[in-house]
Design a protein around this ligand. Structure first.
Ligand SMILES: Nc1nc2c(c(=O)[nH]1)N[C@H]1C(S)=C(S)[C@@H](COP(=O)(O)O)O[C@H]1N2
Ligand SMILES: [Mo]
Length: 248
């Protein structure tokens, strides 16, 4: 993807008159979020485009070990279905992460396969849109390593990811997909990732609000077109009234 210059946005400015120009610029550089329609569309576009233009590579804050929350809060999830319970009883040895779409070598990766790829740990904050947050250490495979391993094609623009929990799916752009802090995490605070926190596998996207950090991830699809998924808004969140892009 072609990267626009900082100057292009800065000289446009954020004035009301600038809004239309900014929208045109955003369009030209592919900076339109999938949920750009409707009442909040222009605001969502401006936020997303500004983040990508001004802070494409920015890092989420990482914290010292002593700030790890003693009692992290696990948001309740739907009761697990029979499939999930079976996986849990088997110690997740048959859990697979399917990787498909615009890739050279579609794959089905076990936790052991993932653990053979390069590993990264980081201490970051998970913030829910409802106002609470906690800090924890997450360990896992950078999503970029998975995309490398399967050979993501150059047309790739988004990564769509699906939870085993019904109705939960999300997507991110390549800026977040290839970002060094975006981890397919299988461990938390030094142990296996607990089921309450999304174990065995959770995508941690620390530059965005908690709802983008999907729990129980079982499939990734690389695509150049989000219109093909759900209602075409990029993820389940905008279908429920939350913005697709939740950068912090
Ligand atoms: N599969 C699944 N993923 C999910 C959720 C969920 O209910 N189901 N909740 C999301 C929301 S809204 C938040 S804020 C975080 C909460 O993460 P936590 O349970 O580690 O606090 O997980 C996100 N991922
Ligand atoms: Mo949340």
């Amino acid at each position: 993807m072609k990267r626009p210059s900082r100057r292009a946005l800065l000289t446009t400015g954020f004035s009301a008159a600038g809004l239309a120009v900014a929208a045109r610029l955003a369009d030209r550089y592919g900076l339109i979020p999938p949920d750009h329609g409707g009442l909040y569309g222009p605001g969502a576009t401006l936020t997303y485009a500004a983040h990508r233009l001004l802070a494409y590579d920015s890092l989420a804050r990482e914290f010292p070990r002593q700030l790890i929350s003693a009692r992290p809060f696990a948001n309740p999830v739907a009761p697990p279905g029979e499939d999930f319970k079976r996986h849990q009883a088997e110690g997740f040895t048959h859990w697979r992460l399917a990787v498909d779409g615009l890739v050279e070598r579609p794959a089905s990766l076990s936790l052991a396969d993932l653990k053979r790829l390069p590993v990264r740990s980081q201490i970051t904050q998970l913030a829910c849109e409802e106002g609470w947050s906690y800090i924890a250490e997450w360990t896992g495979t950078p999503l970029s390593e998975i995309l490398d391993a399967v050979g993501a094609r150059p047309q790739a623009r988004w990564v769509v990811y699906f939870s085993m929990e019904h109705g939960w799916w999300e997507s991110i752009d390549m800026a977040d997909a290839l970002h060094p802090q975006t981890l397919m995490s299988y461990a938390m605070n030094g142990g296996d990732l607990p089921v309450g926190f999304g174990g065995p596998l959770r995508l941690r996207v620390p530059r965005q609000l908690g709802y983008k950090s999907l729990k129980f991830v079982a499939r990734l699809t690389v695509t150049d077109n989000l219109k093909k998924f759900g209602k075409g808004l990029g993820s389940a969140s905008p279908e429920a009234g939350y913005s697709w892009y939740a950068g912090i």
